[in-house]
Design a protein around this ligand. Structure first.
Ligand SMILES: Cc1ncc(COP(=O)(O)O)c(C=O)c1O
Length: 457
């Protein structure tokens, strides 16, 4: 029933490949027979088509067009860019215990899978595809992403709403630059937030307004009082606290956006990794006219690919595309087509399933070890993503802990730079993606020694 209504509503687009009956049965924790029966029923009703060697896909259907009329493009004025602060930690250095947040396990990058996807792209691409590309991204990738995001994130995505970008970062930069150039310089952001994003948001011309985050996520009432008409949020898994935007706050945020005819920019940076249940669908699927969804393969594959997307209302997607045409002539073609093959073959889904299991085990191991070695600390947020937000016992000096840990080869991020006025309690943000369970236990023990015993030697 859920599949049928998703196809009818256009969330599952024609041509979208569905998971195998075995994989779906595993994900839903039902017997395979249940899924086989459901697929057969939908095949019989004409909602699905199955071809040998190509799996089961959503059948072509006439779907209603949505969206608002495109308004004429305007010239964008370019404010001077802000200086980029130095990286906090050296890039590429090997550390004993690397608990920096922000990246997946790079040693698990599926090199063979990517190589065969690249090969397939090179074998099949016509010469003409190697010319300057469509600045919105290859239509094949936008089509595949529309299907994927509809299926996995309940997004309302079609190829005309999607622009392929160099990661979430470029998507945020361009969208905010365009809004700022039209007089919408006041951009609300979460407090706390990712400090890495602040320079790029400022460089885009934004005047940033910090909105508190509590146990339910962004404080929408506080947002409404600011006069801002655009807000950047991480609703599926707030960065860094790990809170999920509550159902009533989601409703309030959508109501706010409709009320002020505003734009919600939804940073969906790690939504594929939810371990205890299915992630809540994206906000964009609820109100595609007011929400821009930004995502990338930075957490699912590797940040070094610099491959992401925005899904925007058609009028804004057209302007983002024009901005790419005017400024950098689009994204690298061969990698875009490699991603097409990876998603279409089911390899991307399989990869996510494997990594979800691995990261869940790592998260559980770190949480368990912190309970033993750092009993005064509390772990915040839901079971998701690639990092933990850990509040330390009151009175502990965050910076001193970070420095003492670094002396012992353990690199962790302090929470203070993520808050506009500092955190209420000292805290650390621990990325657990790179280390196996036993190394994470050792790291927790070391952290316990540093904090409880003040042992920095
Ligand atoms: C909250 C958040 N959003 C976005 C990004 C950037 O993602 P991308 O590599 O897709 O530009 C990061 C990177 O760590 C992040 O932590």
């Amino acid at each position: 029933v859920a599949l049928r209504s998703a196809i009818r509503a256009g969330r599952l687009r024609a041509g979208t490949r569905l998971p195998s009956t075995r994989d779906l049965a595993h994900d839903l924790e039902v017997s395979r027979g249940v899924v086989v029966n459901a697929y057969e029923q939908l095949l019989a009703e004409g909602f699905l088509v199955a071809r040998h060697g190509d799996g089961t896909r959503v059948a072509p259907l006439a779907l209603p067009e949505m969206g608002r009329p495109a308004s004429p493009a305007r010239r964008v004025s370019v404010p001077p860019s802000a200086p980029v602060p130095a990286e906090r930690f050296p890039v590429g250095e090997t550390l004993t215990y690397d608990l920096r947040p922000g990246a997946p396990d790079l040693s698990a990058f599926p090199r063979e899978l990517w190589l065969s996807a690249l090969r397939q792209a090179l074998r099949t691409l016509p010469n003409s595809a190697l010319d300057y590309p469509d600045p919105a991204g290859a239509v094949e990738l936008r089509t595949e992403l529309a299907g994927y995001l509809g299926r996995v994130r309940a997004a309302h995505a079609d190829p005309d709403r999607i622009v392929v970008t160099h990661g979430v970062a470029q998507g945020l930069f361009i969208v905010i630059r365009l809004l700022a150039a039209e007089g919408g310089r006041r951009i609300a952001i979460e407090d706390p937030t990712s400090p890495r994003q602040l320079p790029l948001l400022r460089a885009a011309g934004a005047e940033l307004i910090r909105i508190p985050v509590d146990a339910e996520g962004l404080d929408v009432a506080a947002l409404a009082g600011t006069g801002a008409r655009a807000v950047l949020v991480t609703p599926a898994h707030q960065y860094p606290t790990g809170v999920v935007l509550s159902p009533r706050r989601r409703a309030a945020l959508i109501a706010w956006a409709r009320d002020v005819d505003g734009i919600v920019i939804e940073d969906d940076y790690d939504a594929e990794f939810r371990y205890d249940r299915e992630p809540v669908g994206c906000l964009q699927g609820v109100e595609p006219g007011q929400v821009v969804l930004a995502g990338s393969v930075s957490k699912s594959l590797a940040p070094g690919l610099r491959l992401g997307w925005v899904v925007a209302p058609p009028w804004l997607a057209a302007r983002v595309r024009d901005f790419r045409a005017d400024t950098d002539l689009g994204s690298a073609v061969i990698e875009q087509h490699a991603l097409v093959h990876l998603i279409a073959s089911g390899g991307y889904d399989r990869r996510l399933r494997v990594m979800r299991r691995i990261y869940r085990t790592r998260r559980d191991a770190l949480v368990a070890a912190l309970r033993v070695h750092l009993p005064g600390a509390s772990v915040r947020g839901v079971s998701a993503g690639l990092h933990l937000y850990v509040e330390l016992p009151a009175g502990v000096a965050e910076e001193a802990v970070v420095a003492a840990a670094a002396d012992r080869g353990l690199v962790v991020a302090p929470a203070a730079p993520m808050w506009s006025g500092g955190p209420a309690r000292p805290a650390l943000v621990l990325g657990y993606s790179r280390l196996g369970p036993s190394r994470l236990s050792e790291a927790a023990e070391l952290l316990g020694q540093v904090i409880i015993r003040g042992d920095s030697g």
